[in-house]
Ligand binder design. Structure first.
Ligand SMILES: Nc1ncnc2c1ncn2[C@@H]1O[C@H](COP(=O)(O)OP(=O)(O)OP(=O)(O)O)[C@@H](O)[C@H]1O
Length: 459
């Protein structure tokens, strides 16, 4: 029994090694074979082939990105053939071949990104090819198709044929992030690090289960080092009972889990912002985060719960006013708002335009994609509504340089990881928020009711 247990645990540990170091499996098999008495050549070959196949398979499963790159050349050839094969069918199905089949001029690039240059037939426009994009995407079974005009005559179809974002990966806390304007949050479809600038106010929109939590925590993790040394103060607002933020409460200098405390916290931040604005006036034009003058980052888990779904109208109005003030005046003096949201409609978030940076996770339909990322991004292949449920944390973002929208994925932060990071990088600054006072300023004087005015007239 004991021996069985030992064998089982050895097997498990070997599997663990093989999972992380695929090459080890090949070496182990080869070593086992060498240790045995001489065997015939055929058996040796068979053993070698099996070991290589298993090793490659493990590599492909555990390190898809590096495996993909190592085998990019044969894959590229295969995909080129596929594109040439399906193109006539897709063109016919989408009515692009009425006056002759549009010529595929070149297929360039290397797996996982191919560039197919097409010469449209007279009378066709880029929009016709944009409309055919989803058909080509389905016919080929590729991750993304994006159209772009090239010169005055040709159109380039950018195909993402291999999905480097398919497998989830963990979010990692950064103790060393020095540049707060470029926070590492995950990976891009090009296999690079996805970086987000913290300067602009950011709206993270996604349906339920789209993975807003992973963007939220990846951001907090990226700031962990700066939180720990007091250069950044996080303020968490979570009206879903604090389910999200209380998991890592040690990272936050203030937390609010009900409408009253959220408004108190936001209005206190507006006061701090105004004080700092007054100090900076005429002297400083942009803020540099330091322990004396930290960057305040307001992280709101479900913005609509504060600005649209609240039953307390007065608090709703005050919250909205405070967020608008922080968004419109806070950037230069070091006050940044990051808000997550399920429903991006104007009725729910009237101040959507104040969030100058948006992250579009899985959304319900094309109109929501256009609301979040803009019409131009939606037209050029940013299709948040086509992100499938099995890849939470995947999103489209418009790069700061205004180029075509990029598909990205945030790292996954498990509950244990959040607790661990919160404990290791706990903030040294806990702020006291003054209690909520009734709002006299900014409220319109009420019209006297008919009864009151009649009484007054009578007296
Ligand atoms: N980057 C990621 N990689 C892998 N799995 C993820 C990732 N992000 C989220 N998930 C998984 O997807 C599920 C939903 O994620 P999450 O709770 O963050 O979504 P949400 O958009 O915040 O949803 P809701 O608005 O309903 O709270 C979680 O169970 C989580 O395990």
């Amino acid at each position: 029994m004991r021996a069985l247990k030992e064998i089982r645990s050895w097997g498990r540990s070997m599997l663990g090694v093989a999972r992380w170091q695929p090459g080890v499996l090949v070496v182990v098999v080869a070593a086992v074979w060498l240790a045995r008495p001489p065997v015939p050549v055929l058996a040796t070959l068979a053993c070698g082939v099996v070991a290589t196949a298993v090793g490659l398979r493990c590599w492909a499963l555990t390190r898809p990105v590096s495996f993909g790159r190592a085998t990019a050349l044969p894959r590229t050839w295969w995909w080129r053939r596929q594109v040439r094969e399906v193109w006539p069918d897709v063109a016919a199905a989408r009515g692009l071949d009425v006056h002759g089949l549009p010529e595929l001029r070149t297929i360039a690039g290397l797996w996982p990104h191919l560039r197919v240059t097409v010469r449209p037939v007279r009378g066709q426009m880029v929009e016709d090819y944009e409309a055919a994009g989803p058909a080509l995407q389905t016919a080929l079974g590729v991750a993304r198709v994006r159209c772009e005009p090239r010169g005055f005559r040709d159109i380039v179809l950018h195909l993402t044929v291999g999905d480097e974002l398919r497998r989830p990966f963990p979010a990692t806390a950064r103790a060393d992030v020095l540049d707060l304007s470029s926070l590492p949050l995950g990976r891009t479809e090009r296999g690079e690090t996805w970086r987000l600038s913290l300067g602009p106010h950011t709206l993270v929109a996604g349906s339920s289960g789209a993975g807003k939590g992973s963007v939220f925590w990846s951001l907090a993790f990226a700031l962990a080092g700066a939180v720990f040394d007091g250069r950044v103060l996080l303020h968490g607002i979570d009206l879903k009972g604090g389910m999200e933020i209380l998991m890592g409460r040690e990272l936050f200098s203030t937390t609010a889990t009900d409408a009253g405390s959220a408004v108190a916290s936001l209005e206190h931040l507006v006061t701090l912002m105004r004080d700092r604005n007054a100090v900076y006036a005429g002297k400083v034009r942009s803020h540099r985060a330091s322990q004396d003058e930290p960057l305040h980052v307001v992280m709101i888990d479900e913005l609509a719960a504060l600005t649209a779904y609240s039953t307390e109208r007065d608090l709703q109005r005050r919250a909205e006013a405070a967020i608008n003030l922080l968004c419109s005046q806070g950037r230069a003096t070091g006050f940044v708002v990051i808000a997550c949201l399920q429903d991006p409609r104007k009725e729910v978030i009237p101040s959507r335009g104040l969030f100058t940076q948006t992250v579009g996770l899985r959304l319900k339909d094309a109109s929501e994609t256009a609301m979040v990322l803009g019409d131009a991004a939606a037209a050029t292949g940013a299709s948040c509504h086509r992100i499938t449920r099995d890849v939470p944390g995947t999103a489209y973002v418009v790069p700061e340089d205004g180029g075509p929208a990029l598909r990205v994925r945030a790292g996954y932060a498990s509950d244990d990881a959040i607790r661990d990071v919160a404990q290791r990088f706990a903030t040294p600054v806990l702020l006291d928020v003054p209690p909520l006072v009734s709002d006299d300023l900014g409220r319109r004087p009420r019209r006297p009711s008919r009864e009151t005015s009649t009484d007054q007239e009578a007296s």
